[in-house]
Write a protein that binds this ligand. Structure first.
Ligand code: GMT
Length: 373
């Protein structure tokens, strides 16, 4: 099949899912056309057979304050659909991508099918802003198929948008050939010093991730065991995070690695992943850590209970319960417990979330929509 994919190319879970899925589909022999403003971040490393990238060019004019992304993307979608004879278009993150796909289909007189995958804040945060609710509801209802990454996100979509549109839950996934505990990378991978345990957090540092609590948790943990904290990513919460590290006097124990192309090279060296978010529709970053044998301490919110079984691959606590999360971290990092947690993480990620099991669900949805066997 010829499959179009639109996602945000910047660092983020929805872009990671879109790109990993595209690579898997390309490996299955489909022609995959990314339609984005930039190369998606996980595509930047190599040349990939069957993968094509169509860049959306944003023209700016004096009259306009911002270049109209939505229109430029819709036009590009229609153009690529026609030229490349797309069987369908799969858009990741409803705002504004589902609206753009709807416009593209209108431009083509209905000759384009599109699937919308809901990822998280497109429903739980931005979608609930009254300025966007109605248009997002329209785009969801007019999609040819809608998927959500967790049952909790599906339930919230029904509640927020009062839609009766069938929504299929297709969970996120990992490729165990890329995310596993024994990966050996040639390039930079920081190490622990003198038997320290490594705690890690990776995200786009938006306020919803509650990264300041990562610092608070780490501050308590390092008082009882030798430990280091790795931060992977960048974003709006960074100034507060750095300030807290200074206030606690722990800057020498915290490494800011910034945005990294290959988290799969860093995670296997870590001992515990912290994700104390306010909201998390799935928690792909936690799943990727688990696939690398790293247990998780996270908030009991959204889709995280589907990814982490409390007490088995890690612990889930109330968001904001810094002391509880720190105590859970110390318990997991105890050398008597850690191997059991590590082993459970790898097992569950492979049993339930291997792309070889999840990818075919998207593939059969596409086949049904495109009317192709
Ligand atoms: O944070 C977002 O909503 C954006 C999105 C992204 O692109 O980073 O993250 C969401 O989608 C991921 C992939 O499906 C999920 O793993 C994240 O849990 C989800 N984030 C939230 O719900 C906060």
């Amino acid at each position: 099949m010829n499959i179009g994919i639109t996602c945000y190319p910047t660092v983020g879970g929805s872009g990671a899912v879109a790109t990993e899925l595209g690579l898997w589909l390309a490996g299955r022999g489909h022609k995959v056309h990314f339609i984005t403003t930039d190369l998606p971040f996980r595509l930047r490393e190599n040349y990939h057979e069957n993968v094509y990238c169509h860049k959306v060019i944003l023209q700016s004019y004096n009259l306009l304050k911002n270049p109209p992304y939505t229109l430029a993307l819709a036009v590009k979608m229609a153009e690529v659909a026609q030229w490349e004879k797309l069987d369908l278009l799969h858009v990741h993150y409803a705002i504004p991508h589902a609206v753009c796909a709807f416009l593209a289909r209108e431009m083509l007189g209905g000759a384009l099918k599109f699937v919308t995958t809901l990822h998280g804040t497109d429903v739980t945060l931005i979608g609930q802003d009254p300025s966007y609710t109605e248009i997002t509801r329209m785009a969801i209802e007019r999609s040819d198929a809608v998927t959500a990454v967790s049952a909790s996100l599906r339930a919230e979509t029904y509640e927020t948008f009062r839609t009766t549109r069938p929504i299929e839950v297709i969970p996120n996934f990992i490729d165990p050939r890329r995310f596993h505990p024994d990966i050996h990378c040639d390039h930079f991978h920081p190490q622990a010093r003198d038997g320290e345990k490594i705690l890690v957090h990776a995200s786009n540092f938006r306020n919803v991730k509650k990264v300041d609590d990562v610092v608070r948790i780490f501050h308590i943990v390092q008082e009882s065991i030798p430990a280091r904290l790795f931060f992977i990513g960048e974003g709006e919460a960074m100034p507060l995070v750095r300030k807290l590290c200074r206030d606690f006097g722990i800057t020498d124990k915290v490494e800011f690695l910034g945005e990294q192309e290959s988290v799969a090279c860093i995670l296997p060296r870590c001992d515990l992943f912290l994700l104390p978010s306010w909201l998390e529709s799935f928690g792909l970053a936690a799943l990727e850590a688990m696939a690398c044998g790293v247990p998780v301490v996270a908030s009991k919110v959204g889709g995280l209970p589907d990814v982490v079984e409390d007490g088995v691959q890690g612990r889930l606590l109330r968001p904001g319960d810094v002391e509880g999360m720190a105590a859970a971290a110390v318990e997991i990092l105890d050398s008597v417990n850690l191997p059991r947690y590590r082993e459970a993480c790898v097992r569950l990620s492979r049993e339930r979330f291997d792309i070889a099991k999840i990818g075919p669900r998207y593939e059969s949805l596409y086949q049904k929509l495109a009317g192709k066997p």
